[in-house]
Design a protein around this ligand. Sequence first.
Ligand code: PEP
Length: 248
Amino acid sequence: MSSTRKFFVGGNFKMNGDKKMLDVIIENLNKANCANTDVVVAPPTAYLSYVRGKLDGKVSVAAQNSYKVAKGAFTGETSPDMLVDLGINWAILGHSERRHVFGESDALIGEKIKYALERGLYVIPCIGEKLDQREGGTTLQVVSEQMASIKSNVNDWSKVVIAYEPVWAIGTGKVATPEQAQEVHLQLRKWLADNVSDAVSKSTRIIYGGSVSAGNCKELAKQPDVDGFLVGGASLKPEFSDIINARS
Ligand code: PEP
């Protein structure tokens, strides 16, 4: 663990929560020790301002998605310009549910990443293989293709945190073993060295997502190339504070 990369924990609330539930989460987050961790939470779009207004400044807020242009006839979409206007600095892009429930392609996700970065947002692009791809031995090929599409849309890697989220581990309770996570994270770091630069490979945070909990986070956090987590279900629970401090 000689890394100088600051530990990073994101919480993706997905389409969950109401004001009452969010108040409890916010109270826990405002009490949490975030000294050694960058913490970013992503409430549903409807609650972005509500959460931003009540959270301490030590916790950043992300949108779960954003569109590729500033404004226009795109019913239901939210632009990075609007997020900036609300004081929201981050966006999760290409989450597996966006890819597999809503059919977003690498090309569209790439355009969204490009535009969000242009508007000054920090982004968390998500990548990961499906179960049949893992079983078919194509994990590396799948994540490399996803990385290539991201790379062609990024010119400032200091604003990017890559989330490796194997689709078979998201919301299933079936977490990757620390060795499985480390193996892919190391390959992703190598991919960055070979395709971007050594400096970017060393400095870019690569976080793991997929059924992370208070029970499994410490072992995962010991892996040298696991720089933190993107947490779904457990980010709605008090155990999120333990995950924030998985490496402390
Ligand atoms: C996620 O939504 O990004 C996620 C990893 O979910 P969960 O932690 O519930 O598997």
